[in-house]
Design a protein around this ligand. Structure first.
Ligand code: ZN
Length: 169
């Protein structure tokens, strides 16, 4: 998503609403960049990597093909993990994917582990973040990054409080 005029970010959000990953995107949101960001995130967060069940992404079909490409799928332990992961399209964007391979491979509705899972949590989080577009428009890069991290921290504290009050934590 784009926030301040020239800044684009990729965010990773758990279904419970906690933002676990925020990274700047350079130029456009390419699959290679998304893959590199995810690779670095899982490489440096071992416990998260080993509890990974699904990756839901609006362009999950291309991300899955990229991850499973024979030229990279065995390059590192994290590449192997990503290649073996269930990468699916989130439920909101799935209707836009009509290719037979997408329907057969990246359908979030066929996995019982995704029943009652809010796969659109990233969209909801982006909708919330987008409210700050005007505020961030004239920020320098450093100010923007600091502001973004501060916002995400506040967001996570609020979500944690909600989870604690609901006895999930
Ligand atoms: Zn597709």
């Amino acid at each position: 998503m784009a926030l301040a005029n020239e800044f684009r970010i990729l965010a990773g959000v758990r279904p419970c609403g906690i933002i676990v990953l925020v990274s700047e995107l350079f130029s456009c949101e390419s699959i290679s960049q998304v893959y590199a960001i995810l690779h670095e995130y899982f490489r440096s967060n071992d416990s998260v990597a080993h509890s990974l069940e699904f990756i839901c992404y609006d362009d999950g079909c291309h991300l899955r093909k990229y991850s499973c490409n024979p030229c990279r799928k065995d390059e590192t332990p994290t590449a192997k993990l990503l290649a073996a992961s269930e990468i699916v399209i989130d439920k909101m964007h799935f209707s836009g994917h009509t290719d037979k391979w997408c329907l057969a491979t990246c359908n979030p509705n066929v996995f019982s582990g995704l029943n009652n899972v809010d796969t659109e949590i990233c969209e909801q989080t982006f909708a919330w973040l987008s409210r700050y577009c005007h505020v961030t428009r004239h920020m320098t890069r450093n100010t923007f990054v600091f502001f973004l991290l501060y916002l995400c921290d506040l967001h996570n504290r609020r979500e944690e409080t909600k989870l604690r009050n609901s006895h999930y934590l």
